[in-house]
Write a protein that binds this ligand. Structure first.
Ligand code: PHE
Length: 341
């Protein structure tokens, strides 16, 4: 073979490569080209083997010619490969396809009531307080005027942690005590949180549930202040200025006088329905004026200060606000429950 023949052989290879490249546009066509034009059995490999047949002074030039040719084909194949892969990418991410629908989480109704309540009470100047869920008996009972012998200790179905004289708090009221020990009146606070009682689970009971405690202390605080604050809170929470509240005589060791507060049923507007068991009213919370014995336990002068306190069941509020028929739904994390909101 001489240089002229080599030249025309290379031209031929180039032409055939170009032709084949045109019709090859499927996924693997670049690899077919690579095998055929650069692989072990390719014409080029063969030509490299022939360099030795040329005159020694021509070999350098011949080598360069074949190499240039090889570079050309390598570059073309790389470009083709790139182009094919880009097209595949486009198919993978077809931006014209409609999006897939996803299930999106929502705030839990209990969290929503907490957040809304914090907002409403903050506007009225109340601080937000927290306390431990594993509480010392003294805060949960004694300081709240519930001594060891008091029947109310048994009434609350307490989870005891006996060795340490600790309990799972049965209400959020111990946060009242913690706050009064930390701060001097005048003070106003709410304490949202979990509470525990060894109840059997049913539509309206759970061994763990949620409360919001409220406490306000100043000189000359009256029961009517309690009514005003509760009315403001509930009318904002339910977004309804026509709610009606009534206060029934009750007993709590830490308030005197004590009351349970009922709100007119927002479902039937007081006419009577399943939710309110045809009474037209729903019991929402316990409340009253802080008992002087509680003030004494935390070293606040009961002659100078008076205050009110309340503890509201958050599940009850959420049931009403979001029309959720069964308390168990709150703890089962079923997305259909969240969609009721
Ligand atoms: N701690 C009471 C309960 O859990 C509620 C309450 C709080 C009553 C504050 C009066 C004052 O039932």
């Amino acid at each position: 073979m001489n240089i002229e023949e080599l030249k025309s052989t290379l031209e031929k290879i180039k032409k055939s490569f170009k032709n084949q490249k045109k019709d090859g546009d499927d996924k693997e066509s670049w690899n077919d080209l690579r095998v055929k034009y650069l692989g072990r059995k390719s014409k080029i490999k063969e030509l490299f083997g022939l360099i030795g047949e040329f005159d020694p002074e021509e070999r350098k030039k011949v080598g360069k010619m074949i190499n240039d040719h090889k570079d050309y084909i390598e570059k073309e194949i790389a470009l083709l490969k790139n182009k094919i892969e880009k097209e595949e990418e486009k198919i993978k991410y077809d931006i014209t396809l409609p999006p897939r629908k996803r299930d999106i989480g929502k705030e839990h109704p209990i969290t929503s009531i907490f957040e809304l309540s914090k907002e409403i009470f903050s506007k009225m100047g109340f601080d937000i307080k927290t306390g431990p869920e594993i509480e010392e008996e003294w805060y949960n009972f004694d300081a709240l005027n519930i001594p060891e012998s008091h029947p109310a200790r048994d009434e609350q179905d307490t989870f005891y942690i006996n060795e340490e004289k600790k309990v799972l708090r049965t209400h959020t009221s111990p946060v009242q005590i913690r706050t009064m020990l930390e701060e001097k009146p005048p003070l106003a606070m709410i304490a949202p949180g979990k509470v525990y009682r060894s109840d059997t689970i049913d539509a309206s009971h759970s061994p763990v549930f949620h409360q919001i405690e409220g406490l306000l202390i100043d000189e000359n605080v009256k029961f009517s202040d309690l009514k005003g604050v509760l009315y403001k809170y509930l009318s904002e929470l339910f977004n309804d200025n026509s709610i009606k509240l009534r206060f029934y005589n009750n007993y709590f060791p830490f308030t005197e006088p004590s009351a349970e507060m009922h709100m007119n049923c927002i479902f039937c507007k007081g006419e009577g329905c399943k939710v309110c068991k045809n009474s037209g009213w729903i019991e929402l919370l316990g409340c009253g004026m802080v008992d002087p014995n509680v003030f004494k336990a935390v070293d606040i002068d009961p002659e100078k200060y008076t205050g009110f306190a309340f503890g509201v069941g958050v599940e009850r509020l959420a049931l009403l606000k979001y029309n959720i028929p069964d308390m168990r739904y709150f703890y089962e994390n079923d997305l259909r429950m969240l969609n009721l909101m």
